[in-house]
Design a protein around this ligand. Structure first.
Ligand SMILES: [Zn+2]
Length: 70
């Protein structure tokens, strides 16, 4: 996986208790070795979900949304 900021190498890492409200919350994430940018899978999922929810309307077709979206 490459960093979206600097295109550096990202390594897997587990982050726990992101919000400080749930001690059991742990998510897999990726951290950039060069700039320190952290992307967790929850962010990626939320980003994908917002795209599916209509953020990519210009990319989707009412007839074949899946085919066009990918
Ligand atoms: Zn980076």
């Amino acid at each position: 996986m490459r960093c979206e900021r600097c295109n550096g190498l990202m390594v897997g890492e587990e982050i726990c208790d992101l919000q400080g409200t749930n001690g059991d919350l742990c998510v897999d994430s990726f951290r950039c070795l060069l700039c320190g940018n952290v992307v967790d899978t929850m962010i990626l999922e939320n980003r994908q979900r917002s795209i599916d929810a209509g953020g990519s309307a210009m990319w989707t077709s009412p007839r074949m949304p899946r085919l066009v979206a990918v």
